[in-house]
Design a protein around this ligand. Structure first.
Ligand SMILES: [Fe+2]
Ligand SMILES: [Fe+2]
Length: 204
């Protein structure tokens, strides 16, 4: 069942319907449906982890807002805002979160730093993540249409302990990148060091 949250805390100058309409314009069908599922998963995780469900709804819907922008938009933003030049060595997978958060601020009028950080860190994680950031990081990974080896284990671990879910996902992501000889964004390594050794027992 879809849960529709009424926005009343002014984290965003839009109603949920208006926000959904903006995402409908910004995203292709497949991605649009994904963000709706991430929102619902985030609301569920928020409830059991004592996180603000309005923030979970907004961050869940917005996390991939910039996913389908052309690379040049991100490159321009990195220069214009003086963001970390290391970002230029990566691509859409990193940019749509880290740089996407800046676009969300400007274009959707969201200034709540917790929501922005949840968007910023949804693919890389971070050494320190608020409960909302953890909720979005995990909701994106385990939403019901996700189907990859290990997703059931990720769901089980996350249901028991949100932080252990963060550790599990981070380890899987790092393994995936290393197996493919891909570069690892510095922040992803920081996430690994902060979370994986701390949850050794829970994720084995
Ligand atoms: Fe994403
Ligand atoms: Fe996503």
């Amino acid at each position: 069942m879809t849960e529709t949250i009424t926005y009343s805390h002014h984290y965003i100058p839009l109603t949920r319907d208006e926000l959904v309409a903006r995402l409908r314009e910004a995203l292709k069908d497949k991605r649009f449906n994904h963000v709706l599922r991430v929102e619902q998963t985030a609301i569920k995780l928020a409830k059991v982890n004592g996180v603000d469900i309005e923030k979970a709804s907004i961050a869940g819907l917005c996390h991939d807002y910039a996913k389908q922008r052309p690379d040049q938009d991100f490159i321009d933003e990195i220069h214009r805002r003086g963001l970390d030049p290391e970002l230029l060595n990566y691509g859409n997978a990193i940019w749509h979160g880290v740089v996407g958060a800046e676009l969300i601020k400007d274009e959707l009028g969201i200034w709540d730093e917790d929501i922005l950080n949840a968007v910023r860190h949804h693919t890389t994680g971070a050494a320190t993540m608020s409960p909302l950031e953890q909720v979005i990081y995990m909701a994106d990974y385990i939403e019901p249409a996700r189907d990859f080896p290990g997703v059931e284990k990720a769901r089980e671990i996350t249901a028991k302990d949100l932080g252990a879910g963060v550790a599990y996902q981070t380890k899987q992501t790092l393994e995936y990148l290393v197996e493919r000889n891909s570069p690892v964004y510095t922040k992803t390594l920081e996430t690994y060091n902060a979370w994986v050794p701390a949850y050794q027992k829970e994720i084995d």
